[in-house]
Structures are given as structure tokens and as C-alpha cells.
Design a protein around this ligand. Structure first.
Ligand code: IPM
Ligand code: MN
Length: 353
């Protein structure tokens, strides 16, 4: 039987609850499609940090390289100063494992409410390819005269030809595999960030030449936000830098029904990739069995697709679609008409067929 070594990091808050449901659904897929996910669990997160004083043990990223993929719940603890765990765990792993793509599908499933008036599933179906290891996230910069009235804080955006090119190339390749409108839109800010986005724009047009079957388009990031709300049907694949990708994918999550359903993959196509619901740890819902596990289940679905278990991935997607259109009243915590564990049971049941 085919077997894949994966690491599971449930993390903080509601992370463990949603990961448990994702694993339940994955197990249903394993049974039905005859493969095995050989799981190793890691307790990385806020509780471990408070207990041990270290965000990650030494060599953690190196150790994680033995797996095919990582399933992550959520990182963020109310008793830990914001930034410590995010930087020390999530961003550290993205960088150390060189997960240079953050792939975030924005899909409205039938039966799910969108705040966009007169827009339906046929209009909201695109994917954001976010650069995931550079830009403003690279940590370049510094501070002068800290704490004085003359303080100056500098935070620089790092954009390398290699980093930009591999991201753009991934977007075109992904677009080719996706059977939709076949268009890649570069989202940038060429009118103001003239160094960074000049590099992005030149690279974009050079790479595009290798993909004559794919249309190209450009939108400034502010306009992208506007069009995502006004005409989301214009988009097929959006490629953008780390910061802009972070911002527009929260907007994307909202138009597809909220954080309860939005998932993403931190990809290193040549290494270890990490899949996660894009929302946070939602500590106020912890232990109440009310949080929506659908985003974690969708992250699991993306992981199956990435592992090459296409049939299983399709079955999970079909099960999610069915559950959200036929069963769930809402995708918001506490208003689903089902508990967290019941949602997992429902989707797992549909996967079993
Ligand atoms: C995300 C999150 C992270 C980011 C935070 C938690 C560091 O917002 O995955 O989008 O900014 O990338
Ligand atoms: Mn974000």
C-alpha cells in the first residue's frame, strides 16, 4: 500500500479541534482509496513555548524535512505577545523549508453565502499565488534612535530575480493545469514601488512569453481589491508579492464565505510543503466544539492533491461541497447547525460514499 510520511502540528487554540476533524476526513479517504498517511504529531505552539521557553526546539525545521508534507492547525496564543509564535514558528518554517509559494484558492461553493451582491459560484473561482519567502516579510531593515522623537523605522522589501521568477513561473504552470479562463494577473504597485515592481513586471512579461496560450493582465493592488469585490469573475490566477498576497487573500476568504472555509498551501514543489487553514487560532472558541473545521478539511484536501492522490482529493472536495450546500446553515462558528465534530463526521461519511 502506498504510504506517505506526514507531520501534523495542531498548534494553538482551536487548531487541535479542527485538525482532528481534518484527520478524520483524511482517514476516510485513506480507507476508501487504499493509501496510508503515516502521521507524526508535534506539539509546537504557544503552550509548548510557555512551558519550555523555546518557540521551536533546535533543528526542528531540519527534522521536518523527512516528511512529504505538514498539516498545520493554527499558531497564536492569547498569553504570548503577538509576533513571537507567528515569526518563530509559522514564518520560520515557511522560510527554513523554502516554501516559496503560498497557494490560496478563492472558491465560492454552491449554497455558501457571499457578502457580494449578485455574485455566485460561477463568478468567484480563482486562485492567488502569493510569494512566500521574500518581500516585506524578509525581515530586512532596522530602527534608529529608538524611543526618541527622532525615531526612524525602516522595513525593506526584498525582491530577488530568482524568487520573483520562480513564483511567476509557478503561477503560469498552475494556470495551465487549471481548466478555467487561462489568465494570469500580476497584482503589484508599479506606479509607486518602482524598484520592486519593475522587477516583477519585467520578469512577468519574460516568463509569459513561454506561455503563449495564457492571457496576461496587470492590476495595482488597490484596484485588485476593488475588482475582487466588483468583478471577481475577471480573475483566474493572481500572482503577487508576500504582503499584497497576505492582504488580498483575507479579502478573498471573505468573498468565499469566510475564514471557516479558506485554506492554503505553503509549497516547496521540490521539498516539504505545509497546508493550513488561513484563519487564526480563534482562542475564544477553544474547547467549545463550535468552530468550523471546514478550512482545515480543505487544507487536508489540498495536501492530498499535492501528494498525488487526485481521486481522494476530488472525493474530499465533493464531500465538502455537498456538506456546505446540503447541510451547514452557515460557515460561522456556532451557527453551522452542527458541532465541530459533527461536521467532521458528516464530511467523512460523504467521503466514504
Ligand atoms: C497568513 C497570516 C500570517 C502572515 C501571519 C500569522 C504571520 O496572516 O498566513 O496569512 O502574515 O502570513
Ligand atoms: Mn494573513
Amino acid at each position: 500500500m502506498k504510504s506517505y510520511k506526514i507531520a501534523v502540528i495542531p498548534g494553538d487554540g482551536t487548531g487541535p479541534e479542527v485538525v482532528a476533524e481534518a484527520v478524520k476526513v483524511l482517514e476516510a479517504a485513506e480507507e476508501r482509496f487504499g493509501f496510508r498517511l503515516d502521521k507524526t504529531w508535534y506539539d509546537y505552539g504557544g503552550d509548548r513555548y510557555l512551558r519550555t521557553g523555546e518557540v521551536l526546539p533546535e533543528g526542528a525545521a531540519e527534522d521536518l524535512k523527512q516528511y512529504k508534507a505538514i498539516l498545520l492547525g493554527a499558531i497564536g496564543h492569547p498569553d504570548v505577545k503577538p509576533g513571537i509564535l507567528e515569526k518563530g514558528i509559522l514564518l520560520h518554517l515557511r522560510f527554513a523549508l523554502d516554501q516559496y509559494i503560498n497557494l490560496r484558492p478563492v472558491v465560492l461553493y454552491p449554497g455558501v453565502d457571499t457578502p457580494l451582491k449578485d455574485k455566485g459560484p460561477e463568478d468567484i473561482d480563482f486562485v492567488v499565488v502569493r510569494e512566500n519567502t521574500e518581500g516585506l516579510y524578509a525581515g530586512a531593515g532596522g530602527v534608529l534612535k529608538k524611543g526618541t522623537p527622532d525615531e526612524v523605522a525602516v522595513q525593506e522589501s526584498i525582491n530577488t530575480r530568482k524568487g520573483v521568477e520562480r513564483c511567476i513561473r509557478f503561477a503560469f504552470e498552475y494556470c495551465r493545469r487549471r481548466n478555467k479562463g487561462k489568465k494570469v494577473t500580476l497584482c503589484g504597485k508599479t506606479n509607486v514601488l518602482t524598484y520592486a515592481f519593475d522587477l516583477w513586471e519585467r520578469t512577468f512579461h519574460e516568463v509569459a512569453k513561454e506561455y503563449p496560450d495564457i492571457q496576461t493582465d496587470y492590476a495595482h493592488v488597490d484596484a485588485t481589491c476593488m475588482w475582487m469585490v466588483k468583478n471577481p469573475e475577471w480573475f483566474d490566477v493572481i500572482v503577487t508579492d508576500n504582503m499584497f498576497g497576505d492582504i488580498i487573500t483575507d479579502l478573498g476568504a471573505m468573498i468565499q464565505g469566510g475564514m471557516g472555509i479558506a485554506a492554503g498551501g505553503n509549497l516547496n514543489p521540490e521539498g516539504v510543503s505545509m497546508f493550513e487553514p488561513i484563519g487564526g487560532s480563534a482562542p475564544k472558541y477553544t474547547g467549545k466544539n463550535v468552530i468550523n473545521p471546514m478550512a482545515a478539511i480543505c487544507a487536508g484536501q489540498m495536501m492530498l492533491d499535492y501528494l498525488g492522490e487526485a481521486e481522494a482529493a476530488q472525493a474530499v472536495e465533493a464531500a465538502v461541497r455537498r456538506a456546505v450546500s446540503e447541510n451547514l446553515k452557515s460557515l460561522s462558528a456556532g451557527r453551522m447547525g452542527y458541532s465541530t465534530t459533527e461536521v467532521g463526521d458528516l464530511v467523512a461519511g460523504y467521503v466514504r460514499g
